[in-house]
Write a protein that binds this ligand. Structure first.
Ligand code: ADP
Ligand code: MG
Length: 343
């Protein structure tokens, strides 16, 4: 097993620079998640690490080994894709063993490695089936099994659960977490689903437009986002970020230092509903969405815009009603004109 180091990694397609100088150190055994909006370069970065794409500049090391010039099959990485990419005319057992067969591994050893991976993934009863005879979740497990039998140092996953329905995604997410615990390998996992990122990651890497915006544990990114982009990308429903100008007096009077502050961020779960005029802010409920455990309120705060507010419990504020909102000053995130966190 091994960690991974990226130094000044760049990747261009023709004249278009897609990865713009990425530096990143991943410890051996870490579960690292790349998140970011569609098109920000997550898949490209993963493919460069895997060797499926050449890099345009910089260094990639797996453990101590410089792998820039090492071909994909010799890097000791295995990749699992969103499209399972199974051979339709091969059984589960043959699909899982295919890579080993190509590498001329002895049939007896292939059989035992496939059986071991199948046991890990609870696929023992399906070894004789063809992909068309499997559910989506089972197919994705076969794809993961194929990665396991190749005994890689590092697993790379590119949105492996995106094709599954919501319930199965939650189930497979837990299976992947359990797999990481059992195998202990370094895993890099790409997703645009920030719940997946939060639940799976030791470390999240937030990418935007080919650059790293922030690296940190889920708790660090949630509690102390470096900038307004990360603040709004991590957390669901997303953080309210509003211009400070219309709220200056109210925020000052509640003890918030606004030196150099251009915008403030407040998470929906940190805003509490009070009686009208008793909160720090007053707003009008434009929409109240009951979710069972609580309600998601869309509250129009005078001049400041619409705020999302998570109201816990069975009572929901009614649409059209005036309410008050309060927040602990310590839960207010402050950003300067460039969107950079202050404090
Ligand atoms: P993500 O996985 O974050 O959605 P990608 O890494 O797939 O993003 O793509 C990043 C950018 O690189 C996109 O603008 C995409 O159009 C471009 N891109 C990806 N692959 C190629 C390619 N083979 N040729 C040209 N442009 C590409
Ligand atoms: Mg992608």
């Amino acid at each position: 097993m091994a960690g991974l180091t990226l130094r000044n990694v760049t990747k261009s397609f023709g004249k278009v620079r897609v990865i713009k100088s990425v530096d990143l150190a991943i410890d051996d055994g870490d579960f690292v998640v790349f998140v970011g909006p569609s098109g920000c370069g997550k898949s490209t970065l993963l493919r460069v690490i895997s060797g499926l794409e050449d890099l345009s500049g910089g260094e990639i090391r797996i453990g101590e080994r410089l792998v820039n010039e090492v071909q994909a099959a010799k890097r000791g990485v295995a990749m699992v894709f969103q499209s399972y990419a199974l051979y339709p005319h091969l059984t589960v057992e043959q699909n899982m063993g295919f890579g080993l067969k190509v590498r001329k591994i002895r049939p007896a050893e292939i059989k035992s490695r496939v059986a071991e991976a199948a046991a890990t993934l609870k696929l023992d009863d399906y070894l004789g089936r063809y992909p068309r005879e499997l559910s989506g979740g089972q197919r994705q497990r076969v794809a993961i099994g194929r990665a396991i039998v190749s005994a890689p140092e590092i697993f790379l996953f590119d949105e492996p659960l995106s094709n599954l329905d919501a319930e199965l995604r939650v189930h497979m997410r837990a299976e992947i977490a359990a797999l990481h615990q059992r195998l202990g390998n370094t895993m890099i996992y790409v997703t645009h689903d920030q719940i997946e990122a939060m639940t799976l990651a030791d470390k999240i890497v937030v990418l935007r437009d080919g650059r790293i915006e922030q690296v940190g544990s889920p708790r660090e990114l949630y509690a102390r986002p470096n900038n307004a982009f990360v603040a709004q990308f991590i957390g669901s429903p997303k953080m309210n970020v509003a211009d400070v100008a219309p709220m200056t007096e109210i925020l000052r009077s509640s003890g918030c230092d606004l030196t150099g502050v251009a915008s403030v961020g407040m998470r929906p779960e940190h805003l509490a509903v009070t009686a009208p005029r008793e909160g720090t802010f007053t707003g009008m409920v434009a929409l109240s969405e009951y979710t069972g455990a609580g309600s998601l309120l869309h509250v129009e705060v005078e001049q400041a815009g619409t705020f999302l507010v998570l109201q816990n419990g069975p009572e929901s504020a009614e649409t059209g009603k005036e309410i008050g909102l309060t927040i602990e000053p310590g839960n207010i995130h402050r950003f300067n004109a460039e969107g950079i966190r202050l404090d």
